[in-house]
Design a protein around this ligand. Structure first.
Ligand code: IPD
Ligand code: CA
Ligand code: CA
Ligand code: CA
Length: 256
């Protein structure tokens, strides 16, 4: 089975589950303060893991809510069954399902589905990126002064995030903080945002978006410069044209 066709269908189905449950009474647990998990996260992951196990029984799975399998081949699925849990818990409509497919350590395909927008973002390495089947590409904005950029906050890093947010608020046309890193990355791929940065994300937040942005002609790297490490997760993603300018602005904010 073609992995991209598989993960796009799966992201759609899991997204439909999230949409169907949105107005149901919710069971919300706190993993830690400001870190929620709901019954919908778990139900979405259960559906996804079951379908992967069925279709790709040898593949490894890395899922946020514990759906981990070691596998015995060189394939791996990286799964965020609900990215934007806090948004979902408050019925703020920006949330998504994010699934990436990796083979021999190479991210080969990514799918992100935002059910309330009914937008399916998909990309295959070397094959371009699409939104609902139509090709997409990053923006052509060439200066931060004309850019709309986005970030996300890890509660452990408020002081630093605040400095960066302040610095970019002074420089850019607008800064947003939307609460779904995977969807933020899809919005970079489709040219809504010109850049996105966030510290300490997890592989399931960024793997699918990484494929999308590179296939849409953008650039993905570490905030500190150099290549992004999926397991380190501090990502700067952009249309390419404003990448160095944003990176310098973040570094200057750190230097005071
Ligand atoms: C979170 C969202 C949020 C980001 C957090 C992530 P979750 O993922 O992507 O935008 O700021 O760092 O943990 O927990 O909603 O899947
Ligand atoms: Ca979470
Ligand atoms: Ca997430
Ligand atoms: Ca999640």
């Amino acid at each position: 089975m073609d992995p991209l066709a598989f993960i796009t269908a799966l992201a759609r189905d899991a997204g439909a589950l999230l949409r169907d449950r949105l107005n149901d009474p919710r069971r919300i647990e706190q993993k830690q303060p400001q870190d929620l998990v709901t019954d919908a996260d778990r139900a979405s992951e259960a559906l996804i893991v079951e379908r992967i196990r069925d279709a790709f029984p040898r593949a490894a799975i890395l899922g946020e809510e514990g759906g981990a399998y070691r596998g015995d081949g060189d394939e791996r699925f990286i799964v965020d069954p609900l990215d934007g849990t806090t948004n979902y818990a408050h019925r703020y409509p920006l949330f998504c399902v994010s699934i990436a497919y990796e083979r021999a350590g190479v991210l080969e395909a990514g799918a992100i589905y935002a059910p309330l927008l009914d937008e399916l973002y998909a990309a295959r390495k070397g094959g371009g990126a699409t939104r609902n089947g139509e090709p997409i590409c990053v923006s052509t904005i060439g200066a931060v002064a004309n850019a709309m950029v986005c970030t996300g906050f890890n509660p452990a890093r408020y002081a630093r995030n605040g400095r960066h947010f302040g610095a970019l608020s002074n420089l850019a046309q607008a800064v947003r903080r939307d609460g779904s890193a995977a969807l933020d990355l899809a919005f970079v791929a489709t040219g809504i945002y010109d850049a996105f940065w966030e510290f300490d994300l997890k592989p399931w937040d960024i793997a699918a978006g990484w494929v999308l942005i590179e296939e849409a002609g953008g650039r993905v790297g570490a905030i500190a410069g150099g290549p992004l490490d999926l397991d380190e997760g501090s990502i700067l993603a952009s249309n390419g044209a404003i990448h160095d300018e944003i990176q310098s602005a973040l570094a200057r904010a750190d230097a005071g």
